[in-house]
Design a protein around this ligand. Structure first.
Ligand SMILES: Nc1ncnc2c1ncn2[C@@H]1O[C@H](COP(=O)(O)OP(=O)(O)OP(=O)(O)O)[C@@H](O)[C@H]1O
Ligand SMILES: [Mg+2]
Length: 282
């Protein structure tokens, strides 16, 4: 659904209508195994607009990664549709790039720069080696790894590897950058640092990002909009605005209130789930 935005300059209202980049419309995703049919998400719907930092937040197993797989084009919905710039997604493509949680998502036999140039050439961004080098260096600089361009992944820390993965994703200039718990495997301090750097990168280029986490705090810090999903199978519980919250508000009342509200929302489901499981066992 399109949204209308008033002119920031004031004066006449309703200046322009913005179309979503990504439209997830009543999407049910299932896995079929020999014995089971597992419904991972049930009729999930949301719109991601240009320059959104859109967060999918929900407990483990609620289908966040599955939704990203659907958006990336690796899985087809059994119900509903996923559209990128109005066109239904049918396959993976360089217009949607994924950054994962794991540190081993880089090619170990290629240097930092080569990891990025390889993606650029493979994704048909450019077939000119010098241009690919320039683009790679631009993004390596952005993630503060200038001195490590010719280093191999095994010589980097986890945080540095994630920076390379982010640089590679951004260098592809996708319509939407998909990030699946990219900082979850990092220590608390590095995680904080990476959240700040991601926000700084966003200030620079205003890219559109779909970010998955199960940390309420991280969702509020990183996200401008948050979709709260219920436990398995994932359904939309609420959509919240978090534009006004960042690191500076952590611990303050406004931040803590929203954090508590989301916690209660998720916890209420947990209790219900526990009761159902207990009843099943009885
Ligand atoms: N390849 C698969 N085959 C069968 N079932 C799967 C597969 N991958 C995920 N599932 C199931 O689908 C549901 C959603 O899984 P998913 O990985 O999307 O959850 P998630 O929200 O990303 O969880 P987490 O926060 O732990 O990463 C779970 O019940 C899971 O067991
Ligand atoms: Mg996951």
């Amino acid at each position: 659904m399109a949204k209308t935005q008033n002119s920031a300059a004031g004066g006449k209202p309703a200046a322009e209508t913005i179309e979503p980049i990504l439209n997830v419309d009543g999407v049910t995703l299932q896995y079929k195994t020999k014995e089971h049919l597992i419904t991972a998400t049930y009729r999930v719907g949301f719109d991601v607009f240009p320059a959104d930092r859109f967060v999918l937040l929900g407990p483990s197993g609620c289908g966040k990664s599955t939704l990203l797989k659907g958006i990336a084009g690796y899985m087809k919905p059994v119900e509903g549709a996923i559209r990128l710039k109005g066109r239904e997604i049918s396959d993976p493509g360089p217009d949607r790039v994924m950054v994962f949680q794991e540190f081993d998502q880089l090619l170990p036999w290629k240097t930092v720069k080569q990891n990025i140039t390889f993606a650029l050439r493979n994704g048909k961004k450019t077939d000119n080696a010098a241009e690919a080098d320039d683009i790679a260096m631009e993004y390596i600089n952005k993630v503060k790894l200038t001195g490590f361009a010719d280093t191999y992944p095994h010589m980097l820390s986890g945080g540095m590897k994630q920076r390379v993965a982010i640089a590679r994703g951004m260098a592809m200039e996708p319509d939407v950058l998909l990030m699946d718990e990219p900082f979850a495997a990092l220590d608390a301090l590095t995680r904080l640092q990476m959240q700040k750097e991601l926000l700084q990168l966003w200030e620079d280029t205003h890219f559109t990002v779909l970010f998955v986490t199960h940390s309420i705090e991280e969702a509020l810090i990183v996200g401008s909009r948050i979709l709260v999903l219920s436990p398995h199978p994932g359904q939309v519980k609420a959509e919240l605005n978090a534009h006004h919250l960042n690191h500076d508000n952590v611990g303050q009342k406004g931040f803590a209130d929203v954090q508590q509200r989301i916690h209660d929302m998720l916890f209420a489901d947990r209790i219900l789930e526990d009761e159902i499981q207990a009843a099943d066992r009885a």
